[in-house]
Design a binder for this molecule. Structure first.
Ligand code: SAM
Length: 238
């Protein structure tokens, strides 16, 4: 199967309509990623078909978890653009802010979006520091994050940004280690005003363990002392 066929088939299985233009944008972004990856370490996945499965489809599953239309979304630790780019290629009108602490990854993202003609305003910064910017605390409808930190640490980086009634949707692996991570993350979720409403599991062809999106609703305000400095978060997770 080609890159586009893989994505089309996956989206069809999940009931997500996908346009030709969206597929073309995803394929172009994948080409840019592969090209840049030759001179800069952006991803361990280097074949187009693998990028379609492990990066694009994996992140597109988020669209089955809640309605993203008209929502204000934050992607914490986006790296070279995941989940931001699959979602933005799928719908260029999506209002998503990618944030990462590594400037070279954000530069790649800016260059790629310019090439694709997609508007985007990425942020270079650390999640626990960007929260000091006026107006961002508890202001996002949805916060997404993939492969950044264990849940008990990630929750403190992400939940302070989610508005009451909004969602924090981390992508995680569904296996024994993932189950243990979820158990260890429960108290942090509660302490930060979150409520785990459920999980949505899915399989990606060729990927050993199933993946899951945790559906965490922001049910109460996050106490003002969070997030703490990163050293404290990781040394003493909630
Ligand atoms: N989310 C992307 C993906 O799924 O391919 C990138 C994952 S990469 C393994 C983790 C990324 O998180 C890195 O780009 C790193 O710079 C970023 N990161 C780690 N801690 C962060 C923090 N506290 N604030 C912002 N970005 C952070």
């Amino acid at each position: 199967m080609t890159f586009c066929e893989i994505i089309e088939a996956g989206c069809r299985e999940w009931g997500l309509p996908v346009t030709r233009e969206a597929l073309d944008r995803m394929e172009r972004f994948s080409d840019l990623l592969i090209e840049k990856n030759r001179v800069m370490n952006l991803t361990a996945v280097t074949e187009p078909e693998e990028i379609a499965l492990r990066h694009m489809l994996d992140c597109l599953f988020l669209l089955t978890c809640t309605d993203f239309t008209g929502k204000n979304v934050l992607d914490i630790g986006c790296g070279p653009g995941f989940p931001t780019m699959p979602l933005k290629c799928y719908d260029p009108k999506l209002n998503i802010t990618p944030l990462d602490s590594t400037a070279k990854r954000i530069r790649f993202l800016e260059e790629s979006c310019r090439d694709l003609g997609i508007p985007i305003t990425p942020v270079t910064g650390r999640a626990e520091e960007f929260i000091q910017k006026k107006g961002v605390r508890e202001s996002y409808d949805i916060v997404v994050s993939r492969a950044v930190a264990p849940l008990n640490v990630l929750a403190e980086l992400c939940l302070p940004y989610v508005k009451i009634g909004g969602y924090f949707l981390p992508l995680k692996t569904k296996n024994d280690a993932g189950d243990q991570e979820l158990e260890q993350g429960r108290s942090a979720i509660r302490a930060l005003g979150g409520k785990l409403e459920g999980t949505k599991e899915y399989a990606i062809r060729g990927v050993d363990a199933p993946h899951q999106v945790l559906i965490i609703r922001k049910a109460a305000p996050c106490p003002g002392q969070y997030p703490r400095r990163f050293a404290r978060i990781s040394a003493n997770p909630l």
